[in-house]
Design a protein around this ligand. Structure first.
Ligand SMILES: NC(=O)c1ccc[n+]([C@@H]2O[C@H](COP(=O)([O-])OP(=O)(O)OC[C@H]3O[C@@H](n4cnc5c(N)ncnc54)[C@H](OP(=O)(O)O)[C@@H]3O)[C@@H](O)[C@H]2O)c1
Length: 275
């Protein structure tokens, strides 16, 4: 039996994961910031903690409480997050700061606070929910893409830092999943831009609006995939979820490889001659 700490289990992917974990007989210590999550479990197998992840002190004390009152914890999942849509030109520092507080700083703070406990336990698995936007973004989501790229890069280096300590790291990059992610109650929107952006950002925003609640991905299946990856003897460092994520990541890798090749001579030409 495993014990999971999951941020943002009120709805969406976090709720689906908490449900699947509880259905397996495991234990969930989950965070919510408003109303309680619509979950039931045998007494003792579900604990709810309250924290707005934009609040540094609340995020940190929640992790302490999770380990001190409900530990040991085997799996730490940074799931809580939201998207910011619109043009970079019309975005504000306030929007940028809040986005990074929730989508980047909070997950890093959660990891930093959890690490002494995980090291004492001698084991653990950190799962950071990133996004395909953190690997192969389209237009209209530059700041969200920046946040999720940060979490992908953080995870990749962290995994190497923690491997000798027996602590695993997986960055999970979902494609488009049928949650509230694109709902007005979740996603935030920068001020509208002028018509110069109609064919790039404008087109992308119309497409995103159309797929709200019609996304390809099933959150319950995403939850099962995350559990399978965590249970694996050799868990992946990067896990894509959804055929759309797989396609976009493959296209991005191929474009990157071909660009690297096209510019190889210029790249190599900057080396010093004395080595
Ligand atoms: N669905 C997708 O297509 C998709 C794709 C790629 C990545 N993701 C990522 O998956 C994760 C979960 O998103 P979702 O699709 O499940 O969206 P969702 O249905 O909107 O759920 C978001 C969850 O995050 C919580 N949350 C948001 N801001 C928070 C804050 N400041 N403090 C505490 N909790 C906060 C929400 O809590 P409240 O109920 O209190 O708002 C909710 O539990 C996010 O990190 C998102 O970036 C989603």
């Amino acid at each position: 039996m495993k014990s999971w700490f999951i941020t943002g289990i009120s709805r969406g992917l976090g709720l689906a994961l908490a449900r699947a974990v509880l259905a397996d007989g495991d234990t969930v210590v989950g965070t919510v910031r408003g109303t309680a999550a619509p979950l039931t479990a045998d007494a003792g197998r579900l604990r709810l903690l309250h924290a707005d992840m934009a609040d540094e002190a609340a995020a940190v004390s929640t992790v302490h409480e999770a380990f001190q009152a409900h530990g040991p914890i085997d799996v730490v999942v940074n799931n809580a997050g939201y998207g910011l849509l619109g043009t970079v030109e019309t975005s504000t520092d306030e929007e940028l700061r809040h986005l990074f507080e929730v989508d980047v700083f909070a997950p890093i703070r959660v990891v930093r606070t959890a690490l002494p406990y995980l090291r004492t336990q001698g084991s653990g698995h950190i799962v950071n929910i990133t996004s395909i936007a953190g690997r192969a973004p389209g237009p209209g989501i530059a700041l969200y893409a920046a946040a999720k790229h940060a979490l992908e890069g953080f995870s990749a280096s962290l995994a190497q830092e923690l491997a000798p300590l027996g602590i695993r790291v997986t960055a999970v990059a979902p494609g488009q999943f049928r949650t509230d992610f694109l709902d007005q109650r979740s996603v935030r929107m920068s001020r509208p831009a002028d018509s110069a952006y109609d064919t790039s950002v404008g087109t992308s925003l119309v497409a995103l609006d159309k797929i709200n609640h019609h996304q390809l991905g099933d959150p319950a299946r995403a939850a099962r995939a995350i559990i399978e990856a965590v249970r694996s003897d050799k868990p992946p460092l990067h896990l894509l979820l959804g055929s759309d994520a797989l396609r976009r990541a493959r296209e991005k890798s191929a474009a990157q490889a071909s660009e690297m090749e096209a510019w190889e001579a210029l790249s190599k030409g900057t080396d010093c001659d004395d080595l």
